[in-house]
Write a protein that binds this ligand. Sequence first.
Ligand code: MTE
Ligand code: MO
Length: 425
Amino acid sequence: MKDTTAAAWRAGPPSGPSRPEFWRSPLRGPWLTAVLGTVLLFGVTILFVTGLLSYAAYDPDLAAVNDQTPDKGWLGFYLFSWPTSPHWLYRVTQGVHVTLGIVLVPVLLAKLWSVIPKLFAWPPVRSAAQAAERLSLLLLVGGAGFEFVTGILNVQLHYVFPGSFYTLHLYGAWVFIGAFAVHVTLRLPRAVRALRSGPRQPAPGSEEAAGLVSPRPAPPTISRRGALGMVGLGSLALFAVTAGQSIGGWFRQTALLAPHGQDPGSGPNGFQINKTAASVGIRPSDIGPGWRLTVRGAGRQTDLTYERLLAMPQNDALLPIACVEGWSTPDQHWRGVRLTDLAALVGLGTDTPQVLVESLQRGGSFSSVVLSAHQARDARSLLAVRVNGAVLSQDHGYPARIIVPGAPGVHNTKWVTRLTFGEPA
Ligand SMILES: Nc1nc2c(c(=O)[nH]1)N[C@H]1C(S)=C(S)[C@@H](COP(=O)(O)O)O[C@H]1N2
Ligand SMILES: [Mo]
């Protein structure tokens, strides 16, 4: 048994992809891989940072209703209270996260293509160290695939993983980050050398070829630079049909890949809608004359009719809606009652505490949220009743909705019916 294994070993790789001659593209080589790897090094780092920021923006440590990942343990070590300035903060961080994630897809695919012969390297395991490295590559490629696929499904198919997307995408991200850090540490010196030596191919089988250069290359149909140009064009094309949804307004028309369509209608309420009133089961009777706003806190409670809400001091704020899916709107002109003024109704004036916001919507992870004291105290944080000069449309949250500067769209609860100031009793 042992003898035959040893003999098979000495005979070299079986015919097929384990043999270097099997791979014939004249393009593969350390320079091409290093260029693509360098782009990913920067791009994926930005994806990690903006992704972790997006997670922090949900303020999961503030309250259980904000936290989709109660089992995160120390993975939330870096969490901080999300600021309200600049008011476009989440619009930028999440727009970059989603747009960059989509734009990097051709680069990621090209990078994987460029190193595919190594998947079949012979012998599959040479030493314990090399086995560990191959295992880390499994986590790297698996982690990358998982993060890109779950992210793109989420932005394109509109939450195919109800609730659990955050859990999957967050835990997947940490696996990916770990494997990515190991990979960069191991490969950076080689990549730097390859970039310095330029696009000329080293001899196949040499140390510098790193198992990537074909010993039997087919005649080239495109240069290595040309291939990179194609990848770049692919990314550029994706950028051109994606970025418009993050810029919003007129540019939305260019967002051919935007899952919500290009045209959100016209008029004061003519900007992107996340979920319509009908789609979450808001009934006309819920938001008719019988609607009340309950304000609770400090052991007190008061119920307001729509008319009484309108009779309170009305304030203005220019703020965008910025969704986790990457789309956002330019600043809209909101008008409504300050959260601090509503807190004052139950005797909680200027040091307004955190507030639990509850929607008429029954169930669903967006029907309630806790806003931090910092958010509640911001003079631009409103329970809005009007937008761009008109009464809120039903789909934008009539009779009243939250709007908070800098926060993710999901914190701007629509169809609000109850505000509870202070820690839960
Ligand atoms: N009650 C309720 N509020 C909600 C939502 C929801 O589904 N239900 N969606 C949230 C999300 S994810 C976003 S991005 C914004 C979108 O607001 P808009 O539809 O007015 O643009 O509303 C937020 N408020
Ligand atoms: Mo959203």
